[in-house]
Structures are given as C-alpha cells and as structure tokens.
Design a protein around this ligand. Structure first.
Ligand code: PEP
Ligand code: MN
Length: 367
C-alpha cells in the first residue's frame, strides 16, 4: 500500500507518521509540559511508558495505571492521540478501560510468543491499532510471528517499530539497527506501517537525528522519538531523549524522500539508463562468480586426489590480504569486501567438501 494511504489509515496528518513523547510517564507535570512544548501539529501519537520493562530490577519500573490519566489529560488538552506499552493481559485491560488509542508491544515482550499470544487473545473482538516492536534478538521470524498472532486474533491495523537489536560488545549504537531485517519485514508484509525508533537504536540524543534521516532515506513510514522536558533528569533512558526544542528542530529539518519516481520523463530515463548498466554489471558478476566456482571444483578434485585438507587457512589469509589491499585502492570499504569474500570462500569450501566426500556436486543438489 502506498505510504500516503497507509498513513491516512492510521489517522496521520503529514508525509510521515510521527510518534513522540517521554520514555516514561513520571509525574503529571512532566508529561503535560513535554506534550505542550512539542510542535503538536506535527505529532500523530503521543507516547509514554506506564509499565516499564527494565532489564535490571533496580531501575524505575513505571508509575502504573495512574499514569494513564495523565496521558488522557494530554489528549484532552492537545488533541494528540495517545499510546502506551502493554506487556500482559492486565495492562491490556487497564489501557482499554482508560481509552488509550493505540497499544504498543515492547521488544522484550515480542521475543516471548506466550506473552504475545495472551495479549492477542485479550484483544479478540477489540478494534484497536497495535504497534509491534522488533524482538531484542535479530530474528525476523519472531517479529513476523508476533504480528501474525495479532492478525489471527482479528487486530486489523498493525504497525511495526524497528528499535534495533541487542548485541554484546562495543558499538556506537545502543541497539544494532540491522536495517535489512526491517526492510525484509516490510517486503513480506506490505500493508504494515513501518516505523523507526532512532532513540532506542542510538542510545544517545546526538545520534537520533542522523538515524532518523537514515530511516527516511530507506523509505520508512514513520518515526517514534523519545522526548523529555528535561532529559538529564529523566527517570529512564536519560541519555537518548531529546528536548522538545531539539525534537521540533529535528522534525523540521528531516528530508522526506519521495516514494514514487518523479513524473519528469528525462529524469526517469536517466535512472533507467543507470539501472540498465547495473543489470549488465550484475550479470557479469554472476558470470564471474560461476566461473570462479568451476575453478574451485577443479581444485577440489586435486585436493581429493592428493588427500589435502579442503581448508587452508594461510591461503585464505593471503586472499583476504590481497582483496583488502584492492579495496583500499578502489576506495571500497574493506569490511564490505571482506564480507563478500568470506561468503564466496564459505561457498567454495562447501563445494570442495562435497567433492572430497564423494557427494553429488551437480548444481542444485544440496546434501
Ligand atoms: C520504550 O519504548 O521505552 C521501550 C521500553 O522500548 P523497547 O521495548 O524498544 O526497549
Ligand atoms: Mn525508552
């Protein structure tokens, strides 16, 4: 479905669907002052967590049900619709009773099919839109599975929120984006509203506008942004929340890309010419890879005859050194070229193992 129509279905006002508000509702004043300082005309949905799923138990775990009233006051005063996170059946009942407009399912809950099923069952016969954050692990099927459980329970309007994935180690991100997983979900489920959450991906406020712009470049339908009247004093996720002013500026300076190609004929012709060149080059690439694999097979036969092990680490190191050097010469990313050659090498090793073990190596027959 075209983005424009999708956003209309969700009651959105602009070119993208904007969800914004604090990570957590802390006090009535913090919720209201944050809402009032945001450019209300540019926000489609006001967010705040009432029940907070925290990784460690000593953290602030949310104000609970009373916070729902503070959200309703925001809706009454500004007209913005409201959303909060639900993680169990009790949350669903409380949120529905209070008249929350949209529910969202958090990353830790999406990762648990039992919890998602309970929520889905509680929503049977209720017409409320639901946003599903990606699970904490980079598992596309787990994400799709949660969405399917909701569809099966009769929820009509479902959106996906891409908030990045957990990992162990150091990175500039709090949660690795793995953009491809979100793009793959959208490819499989075309009528899903695909929202990016730069706040939880970044983990730090200065990176948020950059990630948000990247999401726009990749044709996301919307953004979920954490905004707090006084971020350093926030009771949760202090480092990643924007001030209302920063949020307003960011929304104003986003470049929103067109989804469709322009009408201008000449412009489209240039693109088509370039795409034709890409198609030719892709063809050549496949040819070269196929030729390389033929040579790989011959080497496999040689290794078999001479009883030499398939994997030769020093040889592979040499290849990697060589292609890294070439990457530098051609101004290509070394990491990218390394990834490509590791994939090619893995396939070569598979092919040769099959030869050495006397398995059928005809194309298309996998053992
Ligand atoms: C949140 O949105 O504040 C939150 C807890 O998000 P996530 O489920 O993505 O961690
Ligand atoms: Mn948060």
């Amino acid at each position: 479905m075209p983005r424009k129509e999708l956003i209309k279905q969700w009651g959105g006002k602009g070119d993208i669907f904007v969800i914004a508000g604090p990570c957590s509702a802390e006090t009535p004043d913090q919720v209201m002052s944050t809402a009032m300082a945001m450019d209300v005309g540019k926000v489609d949905l006001f967010r705040a967590g009432i029940w907070k799923p925290r990784t460690r138990p000593a953290s602030f775990e949310g104000v609970g049900t009373e916070g729902l009233q503070w959200l309703k006051q925001v809706r009454d005063r500004t007209g913005m619709r409201i959303t909060t996170e639900v993680a169990n059946v009790k949350h669903v009942y409380e949120a529905l009773k209070a008249g929350v407009d949209v529910l969202w399912i958090g990353a830790r809950t999406t990762a648990n099919p039992f919890a998602v099923q309970e929520i889905a069952d509680a929503l049977r016969g209720v017409d409320i839109p639901v946003l599903v954050k990606n699970p904490v692990s980079p598992d596309l099927n787990l994400w799709i599975g949660a969405i399917e459980r909701l569809y099966k329970a009769g929820v009509r309007l479902i959106g996906a929120v891409h908030r990045g994935f957990s990992f162990y180690g150091k990175s500039k991100y709090r949660n690795t984006p793995h953009w491809q997983i979100a793009l793959d979900l959208k490819r499989e489920m075309l009528d899903i509203l695909m929202v990016n959450d730069p706040s939880h991906i970044s983990g730090r406020s200065d990176l948020v506008p950059w990630v948000a712009q990247k999401a726009m470049d990749l044709n996301f339908d919307g953004l979920m942004i954490e905004v707090h009247i006084n971020p350093p004093q926030a009771w949760s996720d202090a480092k990643q929340q924007l001030t209302p002013q920063e949020f307003n500026n960011m929304i104003d300076s986003l470049i929103i890309r067109k989804e469709d190609l322009p009408d201008d004929n000449q412009c489209v012709e240039t693109l088509e010419e370039l795409r034709a060149q890409i198609d030719l080059l892709d063809n050549e690439l496949i040819n070269i890879v196929a030729n390389r694999m033929e040579v790989v097979k011959k080497i496999g036969e040689w290794k078999k005859k001479n009883n030499v092990s398939v994997y030769q680490s020093s040889r592979f190191e040499k290849i990697l050194d060589y292609v890294r050097d070439k990457a530098r010469q051609y101004n290509l990313s070394e990491r990218f070229i390394e990834t490509v050659f590791k994939a090619i090498h893995e396939e070569s090793i598979n092919k040769q193992s099959k030869i050495v073990n006397n398995q059928d190596v005809r194309e298309g027959i996998e053992s």
